[in-house]
Design a protein around this ligand. Structure first.
Ligand code: PGA
Length: 250
């Protein structure tokens, strides 16, 4: 972690938690997180719980992000949600290009358009990238991540730096209990930063690691020079374990 960049720990709830469960989580989390700590904390509920979560966390320093946004402002896009709609719930950011969304069909071109649309609407965008196990075994991690970062930032400009975060999430470490080693996380996050520097000021860009982060491994992962925080899935569903990861970042 660097002294210049403010750490960010975001919890990706994926398709978990009803409105009632989200409220319970927020009540517990607000008592567990040190709000004075110099870092940013966010949770990413499903669309259905965005507004309730934003209300429950209003007045705290914990932000609420969506898990995706559509690139269009409005229109015939059944099942999709625009960046303006996300903002309208009280959320202030969104993930884009998560590997589970890419597996469901989101293309590189859509990821780039969603980064642009989200930032233009005023959201902070966490653009996700990361390679599969086959790609890593084939020795193509650098090439893969380089392409994803270049493609994802195709419409971004240097002026977007304050609204852009990139999360490196190796697919083989997501939800598997298998975490990248600190060396692997550092190496890939350094590649992300170097490639993103073609567009934005890399010294200011926050790069997160994601993939089976838990209270036991969070500190050593976030101690890496180019890792500025974590995108946490499974371990973010319980307020106690999420708060422990936040404490490790602080
Ligand atoms: P995980 O998920 O922490 O459960 O591996 C991370 C993510 O998909 O963002």
């Amino acid at each position: 972690m660097s002294a210049v960049r403010r750490p960010l720990v975001a919890g990706n709830w994926k398709m978990h938690k009803t409105v009632g469960e989200a409220r319970e989580f927020c009540d517990a989390l607000a008592t567990l997180v040190d709000v004075a700590a110099p870092l940013d904390v966010a949770v990413c509920p499903p669309f259905t719980a965005l507004e309730a979560t934003a209300r429950a966390l209003a007045g705290t320093s914990i932000a609420v992000y969506a898990q995706n946004v559509h690139e269009a402002e409005a229109g015939a896009h059944t099942g999709d949600v625009s960046a303006a709609m996300v903002l309208d719930t009280g959320a202030t950011g969104a993930l884009v290009g998560h590997s589970e969304r890419r597996a469901a069909g989101d293309t590189d071109a859509q990821v780039a358009a969603r980064v642009r649309a989200g930032i233009d609407a005023g959201l902070l965008i966490v653009m996700c990238c990361g390679e599969s196990l086959d790609t890593r075994r084939a020795g193509q991690t650098e090439e893969w991540v380089t392409r994803q970062v270049r493609d994802g930032l195709a419409s971004a400009t240097a002026a977007d730096i304050d609204r852009l975060v990139i999360a490196y999430e190796p697919i083989w470490a997501i939800g598997t209990g298998e975490t990248a080693t600190p060396d692997q996380a550092q190496e890939a996050c350094a590649i992300v930063r170097r490639v993103a520097s073609e567009v934005v000021d890399g010294t200011r860009l926050r790069v997160l690691y994601g993939g089976s982060v838990n209270p036991g491994n969070a500190a050593e992962l976030m101690a890496c020079a180019d890792v500025d925080g974590a995108l946490v899935g499974g371990a973010s569903l319980d307020p106690g374990s999420f708060a422990a990861i936040v404490a490790a970042a602080a």
